[in-house]
Design a protein around this ligand. Sequence first.
Ligand code: RIB
Ligand code: CA
Length: 315
Amino acid sequence: MTHFPRQIIIDTDPGQDDAVAILLALASPELEVLGITTVAGNVPLALTSLNARRVCELAKRSDVAVFAGCHQPLKRALVTAENVHGKTGLDGIELPEPIMPLQSMHAVDFMIETLRQAPEKTITLCSLGPMTNTAQALMQAPDIASRIERIVLMGGGFFEGGNITPSAEFNMYVDPEAAQIVFASGIPLTVIPLDVTHQALTSKQWLDDLRAMNNQVGTAVAAWTDFFERYDREKYGSEGAPLHDPCVIAYLIQPELFSGRWVNVEIETNSALTLGATVVDWWRVTDRKANAEFLRHINRDGFFQLLSHRLASYE
Ligand code: RIB
Ligand code: CA
């Protein structure tokens, strides 16, 4: 059962696309952000924790509680993506050092305590990075699994393949054991994979419209996108950057923008060749239990209309 506003926790590794997702969430009255938990991913934890606060202050929302989480995957060395996001993780525009403090509580403890104190199935978890924090919370407090309304995550790829290896998407690849724990948890999952986010490509017109908004947020998002898209343009020859993580927030606001199917999704954790791959039984050729809503299509124009409308609401 979802309430209005829908209460969410955003677990994130900012990253320019994470930043846009956070800005979309904070500008949407349909959502109440209970807290932001940071994880190591695109850049190390110290930077993702700094960047999350930079974005909250850009949104003039220093009231949002930001909690630092796990600094490395459950069982593996951290793999980061400065080649995509720059050395700060938010390259493209200089943002001031944040004044708002990090919360003293660990992100995993925040997740556990918040879920235990809230009525069952009233909190949605939005996972925008490697799933280390969520898996750690489930290992420490298995009882929370039944309390989470749904996990909506950006991760994986099937028809589209991978983006860090031929078969794995970054968030799944960085911590495949964490992803496996989440996908085996029985928690209702909505997976927003590269199959969807590679359709959510920015355009020059959209960037021009952002700059014409004449607000700090529009200017920042345009500058981040300019930086972020150079990687995908070189790699895929695509015009525009894939706005991966904002798709998670857009799904919560307008799920009708997306379509997919309820299937079995497993995570490869053993093969060096396909580590982190999301193995999707799209055609139901196995008797493996369906455990996730795996999305495959997005109404691209509707998505960017929603995003522009909400970003324009900032002063
Ligand atoms: O593969 C894309 C995902 O990895 C996005 O969440 C991006 O921010 C990085 O975390
Ligand atoms: Ca991310």
